[in-house]
Design a protein around this ligand. Structure first.
Ligand SMILES: [Zn+2]
Length: 148
């Protein structure tokens, strides 16, 4: 049986993800530290890790054993929201139609310009490309693909 310290709340695939989790935990009031040694096993429910596929990881420990459970729950929620955000962004494919406030003409923009300011191709004025995460009104996803 692999020894795993009970204070271990997360096993990152590499130092960078372990550091990220540790930073988030610190910010949330769960002081933590990244253990530098690569260890066996994983925190499968959180990392989506496949046992036997990759067996090394970098552990993140909380300093206070009382923080283990809340910290694990916090990481879980955090990862879920990151994943949700990632999927939401990834689903923004195709183009977005933005209407210029100056000339009233609409123009097509790639989805990755959402939330930025561009120049109207019709009159040259600056125009805001709407970000549907902020405001869904007036947004037309012509070629957006729904996940289902
Ligand atoms: Zn215009």
């Amino acid at each position: 049986m692999i020894y795993r310290d009970p204070k271990c709340v997360y096993v990152g695939n590499d130092g960078a993800s372990a550091n990220m989790i540790s930073g988030i935990l610190d910010g949330a009031g769960f002081p933590s530290q990244v253990m530098n040694e690569a260890t066996l096993g994983g925190f499968e429910g959180v990392t989506g890790w496949v046992p036997g596929f990759s067996q090394k990881g970098v552990e993140v420990w909380v300093i206070d054993p009382a923080h283990v459970e809340p910290a694990k729950q916090f990481i879980q929620a955090e990862l879920e929201s990151v994943e949700k955000e990632r999927k939401k962004r990834a689903s923004h494919t195709g183009t977005i139609t933005a209407v210029c406030e100056d000339c009233g003409k609409s123009s097509e923009w790639p989805a990755d310009t959402m939330g930025t300011t561009e120049t109207c191709p019709n009159c040259g004025a600056y125009m805001d490309i709407p970000d549907p995460d902020d405001d869904w009104s007036g947004v037309d996803f012509g070629q957006d693909e729904e996940e289902s």
